[in-house]
Design a protein around this ligand. Structure first.
Ligand SMILES: *[C@@H]1O[C@H](CO)[C@@H](O)[C@H](O)[C@H]1NC(C)=O
Ligand SMILES: *[C@@H]1O[C@H](CO)[C@@H](O)[C@H](O)[C@H]1NC(C)=O
Ligand SMILES: *[C@@H]1O[C@H](CO)[C@@H](O)[C@H](O)[C@H]1NC(C)=O
Ligand SMILES: *[C@@H]1O[C@H](CO)[C@@H](O)[C@H](O)[C@H]1NC(C)=O
Length: 358
């Protein structure tokens, strides 16, 4: 991937120049931002390079098929699993799976060899895909997902993803993922993610979430994805102190991060906007309404002070009682217009080359 390599080379040079001390790391970050802003301004040139990559996507979109799933037997398949099993490996066409209302108790894994799948529900009565596996029943948080997507170019519209495992505060192994997205170039419209601890595993790749409702207690949006969340509602159901996000970024040359725009943070308990999973965790909230559940410090370094200099936690034009910046940790960033720019558009996820609107 040509632009990525370019990106890595630039960051590698920056890293090797500035990695030596804390204040130099700060410089590294400021450089990253100015580089990212420049890159944003040049995105026209970048996009042309990326377009070539998505010939397969264009081909898939011009050759669509639609299948139906209905539990009453009146569709092509009764279960989502049967419908998935009907798709040949190394699929090259967009397959839209129209899923009738209902509760589907299914554990689904969409493998890498199955790109271009769309799960489409009815906006008035979205189907629910539910399960209750946890890290302790399956051995790993990763395996607990009700729906796991390793494929690229995945789309879900009007679907409820659920992990109904009960969670006791402080219990070990209670992580229960509703959806894990590990494929790149995935989009979610009007989707709901219900769970408690670790609801949405935004594992890796470029992802877009629009008009989604995401509920959980602890770290309920977590992982190493590079994702833009627009018009989403983040609903905390914690009874104590928890963090909404745990974005994982373990070194400064990784491109991952979560950007929340025009969203709402609400619910119960006392929450941090994010806690640092890795020394370089990166999260930005912009134009977001924050209820008074947000702890005035805003952000947590997960008890590791050396992370304070490496993390990138930004806020831009947020509102509501939780957005009061008075008590924020000193390493939280109030972004300038320039600094916010790379995070507040689909350019953050290179969306202009792959994102399909429903
Ligand atoms: C998980 O769901 C199954 C099937 O409905 C049920 O038998 C089991 O008791 C549930 N487990 C928990 C921990 O809720
Ligand atoms: C998404 O939900 C909105 C209502 O919130 C509805 O107007 C819209 O049609 C839905 N989008 C799709 C693609 O079904
Ligand atoms: C950062 O992580 C990437 C991906 O794991 C790895 O290839 C790279 O060598 C790492 N760089 C440093 C400086 O640790
Ligand atoms: C923010 O919080 C501080 C300290 O609690 C308070 O004095 C100030 O009035 C608040 N600002 C706004 C705009 O609510």
């Amino acid at each position: 991937m040509v632009p990525k390599t370019h990106f890595h080379i630039v960051l590698f040079l920056l890293s090797s120049l500035y990695i030596t001390s804390g204040s130099n790391r700060q410089a590294n970050y400021d450089n990253w931002i100015s580089w990212n802003v420049k890159n944003y301004q040049k995105k026209g040139t970048l996009a042309i390079k990326w377009k070539g990559q998505d010939l397969n996507l264009r081909k898939a979109e011009s050759n669509k098929v639609r299948i139906t799933v209905r539990q009453d037997g009146a569709g092509d398949f009764k279960t989502i699993r049967e419908a998935l099993n009907s798709i040949p490996p190394y699929n090259t066409r967009r397959v839209t799976m129209l899923i009738a209302p209902g509760v589907y108790r299914e554990k689904l894994m969409i493998p890498r060899t199955m790109p271009f799948i769309t799960l489409l529900g009815d906006a008035r009565d979205p189907p629910t895909i539910t399960g209750n596996d946890t890290a302790s029943t399956t051995g790993r948080t990763f395996q607990s997902a009700t729906v796991a997507v390793d494929a690229s170019y995945f789309i879900a519209i009007n679907i409820k993803f659920e992990n109904s495992a009960p969670h006791e505060i402080g219990s070990m192994g209670g992580q229960g993922v509703a959806l894990r997205i590990s494929g790149t170039k995935a989009a979610f419209y009007n989707c709901t993610f219900y769970g408690t601890q670790d609801t949405l595993y935004d594992h890796k790749g470029l992802h877009y979430f629009n008009n989604c409702f995401i509920q959980g207690s602890v770290d309920f949006i977590f992982g190493s994805g590079r994702s833009l969340y627009e018009n989403c509602k983040l609903n905390s159901i914690t009874k104590k102190v928890a963090s909404i996000t745990a974005q994982k970024r373990t070194n400064s040359s990784l491109e991952s991060g979560f950007s929340f725009k025009n969203s709402v943070v609400t619910g119960s308990g006392q929450v941090y906007l994010g806690r640092a999973w890795g020394d370089y965790s990166r999260v930005v909230f912009s134009f977001t309404y924050m209820d008074n559940i947000v702890i005035s410090k805003g952000w947590s370094d997960w008890g590791d002070q050396k992370r304070d200099i490496g993390v990138y936690y930004g806020e831009y034009k947020c509102s509501g009682p939780g957005a009061n910046l008075t008590g924020r940790v000193p390493w939280a960033r109030m972004l300038s217009d320039e600094e916010a720019k790379p995070f507040v558009g689909i350019n953050f996820i290179e969306g202009d080359t792959w994102l399909i609107r429903p």
